[in-house]
Design a protein around this ligand. Structure first.
Ligand code: NDP
Length: 602
């Protein structure tokens, strides 16, 4: 198939199915080991030394769990609304969330920074490059925290261990792993998006005596250098890297430049499209009119959501393929062949690019992705494929063995072959999008002592994804029963705006608390399910990955299928109303508490 537009869909479908079938593992998502217990070492914070402190037993107005861009934006908008007693809490040693943890060499934003980095106009900052480095993004998180005075009262290196609603005081009692027990009128959770590292459950992984770490806990003490490179201490080292997702794409060129020998263990190749990064044009930056960032963010979101726009302001790899990106969300897979042809043309172009860049045909063949474009997170790099032309870099295909077979004291084993290494770096990703509230590691007892996960029974129940009946003043950020988009920071911005508006209104109107009525919650859950697109047909054809539950299940019905533009409009209109669905007056509060008491004692 040398002509990239010469498409035979039957042939392509056959190849894709074969590629999927040889990768499916019976253990699905269970193949990964939790980074705890014996593997706790992989999750240890290498960036900030632990500081001992006395337990806290005070009271704040608002506790925000998670100091990434979700928590920071919520804090910022609450400050704008005049709320004073805000406390940010995070397991990390500083703000930044994902960008606190991910400091591996080469780390960058893969969404244009002008739409990804929030509150640029508010903080008076313009990113220096189109795709900013991780360090620039992390420093921007610090800038936001400083600008909005959010460092005051923070509790870092602290994990909430339980939330208990105190009926009489109408506030939450918060316990932590530092022995704290303090009170908060409102608790907002915004955590777990991409912070918990995931390790493959490789037999013998614990026997390896060389050096090893996860990319999100980079050990510069071992490699030397920093996020910009200069990993001089690897000059005499044989290094293995496991994983070729978005992280692998960014880290491989850095390792290739510095390691004596680099072995890249690949299971499924990523798509690697053109990156085209460049410094910010100072003239363009000077020409920006007030309101430019909001306009650009909304334009990007609309283009990807397929909403009409006069002109696409961001033109990059994402805005070139919106219909392919929507395929995964729309459930329209198989209805027409048009998108499938577009998909095949795009994938052929991406496969042709591999041939154009990689010298060795056998290596190029292994690097070609054979699946539909959105089966995996699309990748972009102008350096990754080129790395495989270096004499010190070797690609090992682990597709037929379903990944690495084993590890020994000094080697990584794939099938019959042992690859002796001094260091193994895991670029194997994260437990995606799981907050402690959802996973159950942060138990929440609401009115009448009812546990949140118990109340949810067979599935989450919320109004707009934010709050649940029976759990007053608990507000959650995240994509669950809410909208989603590749520019997740924008999604978080809309959520933060909404939450801050609700709290500000509740305070202004002296509400007893914020809690959705049973009817409004029921209506929203029904709406989410009634409008949910069934994407299982698309997912079933994909190679396994976290998008499709490692090939075992379609992840459907969790987000609001009509999409972010529709959802944000709906939220704005709802905010223009009286908010009576969630603002609970003192009389209503008394009635609800009595009702709970009657239920509990029945
Ligand atoms: P991913 O989950 O995307 O990739 C994990 C990699 O590890 C895959 O290549 C996977 O192969 C491989 N792997 C897992 N188990 C094994 C095994 N047993 N043997 C061999 N290989 C194995 O993690 P990433 O950290 O790359 O990315 C996670 C997410 O983080 C991205 O999807 C993206 O949303 C985000 N990200 C964003 C960036 C940005 O610039 N904004 C940069 C980096 C990450 P397989 O595909 O076969 O499962």
């Amino acid at each position: 198939m040398s002509d990239e537009n010469d498409i035979d869909l039957d042939v392509i479908r056959d190849v894709y199915r074969r590629e999927r079938d040889r990768r499916i593992r019976p253990d699905g998502a269970r193949q990964y080991a939790r980074v705890a217990g014996d593997f706790g070492y992989y999750a240890k914070d290498p960036y900030t030394a632990r500081t001992e402190r006395a337990p806290v037993d005070d009271r704040v107005e608002v506790l925000i769990i998670g100091a990434g861009f979700g928590g920071l934006q919520t804090g910022a908008f609450l400050r704008d609304a005049g709320i004073d007693g805000i406390r940010l809490m995070d397991e990390a040693g500083d703000v930044g969330g994902t960008w606190y943890w991910n400091r591996y060499p080469g780390v960058r934003c893969d969404i244009e920074s002008y739409v990804y980095m929030p509150l640029l106009e508010e903080t008076g900052y313009v990113p220096t490059e189109r795709y900013a480095t991780g360090e620039e993004i992390r420093q921007h998180a610090v800038r936001i925290a400083e600008h909005y005075d959010l460092y005051r009262d923070t509790l870092f290196q602290t994990r909430a261990t339980s939330l208990t609603w105190d009926e009489d005081a109408a506030e939450w009692i918060v316990a932590t792993d530092r022995g704290d027990q303090f009170r908060a009128r409102y608790v907002i959770t915004s955590s777990g998006t991409l912070t918990q590292p995931k390790l493959p459950g490789i037999p013998g992984i614990e026997t390896f005596r060389g050096h090893t770490f996860h990319t999100s806990r980079w050990d510069y003490g071992y490699t030397g250098g920093d996020q910009n490179g200069g990993l001089e201490m690897l000059r005499d080292k044989r290094v293995g890297v496991v994983g070729t997702g978005a992280t692998g794409l960014q880290v491989v060129p850095q390792l290739a430049e510095h390691a004596k020998e680099l072995v890249v263990f690949q299971r499924t190749p990523s798509t690697v499209d053109v990156r085209d990064n460049r410094p910010t044009d100072p003239e363009w930056a000077a020409s920006l009119e007030p309101g430019w960032q909001r306009e650009r963010m909304e334009n990007f979101l609309a283009v990807l959501a397929g909403e009409p726009v006069e002109e696409s302001l961001v033109t990059d790899g994402w805005t070139r393929t919106p219909s392919l990106q929507r395929e995964i969300l729309s459930g329209s897979f198989g209805e027409t062949t048009d998108t499938e042809v577009d998909d095949a043309i795009t994938m052929n172009r991406i496969r042709t690019r591999v041939d154009e860049i990689v010298d060795d045909p056998a290596t190029a063949a292994v690097l070609k992705p054979w699946y539909r474009y959105m089966c995996k997170r699309p990748g972009f790099s102008d350096r990754y494929l080129q790395s495989f032309n270096q004499p010190n870099v070797r690609l090992v295909d682990t597709a037929d063995t379903h990944g690495i077979s084993a590890m020994t004291e000094n080697a990584v084993v794939v099938g019959e072959d042992e690859h002796e290494l001094d260091c193994v770096i895991f670029a194997t990703g994260f437990e995606a999008g799981v907050s402690g509230v959802v996973s159950g590691t942060l138990p929440v007892a609401g009115r009448g002592g009812r546990q949140l996960l118990e109340a949810w029974g067979r599935g989450p129940r919320t109004l707009h994804g934010f709050y649940t009946h029976g759990f007053p003043n608990l507000l959650q950020l995240g994509a669950m029963q809410n909208a989603n988009s590749v520019n997740f920071v924008h999604i978080l911005q809309e959520q933060a705006t909404h939450i801050a508006a609700v709290i500000a209104r509740a305070e202004r109107e002296n509400a007893a608390w914020v809690e959705p009525s049973v009817d409004s919650e029921d209506a929203w859950v029904r709406e989410v399910y009634a409008t949910a697109h069934d994407t299982s047909a698309f997912q079933a054809e994909c190679t396994p990955g976290y998008y499709n539950g490692e090939g075992t299940a379609a992840i459907t019905g969790m987000t609001y299928s009509p999409g972010p533009v529709v959802f944000h409009r709906l939220l704005r209109e709802w905010r223009d109303g009286d908010m009576s669905d969630v603002l609970v007056s003192t009389e209503q509060a008394t009635a609800r508490s009595q009702h709970t008491y009657a239920e509990a004692t029945a």
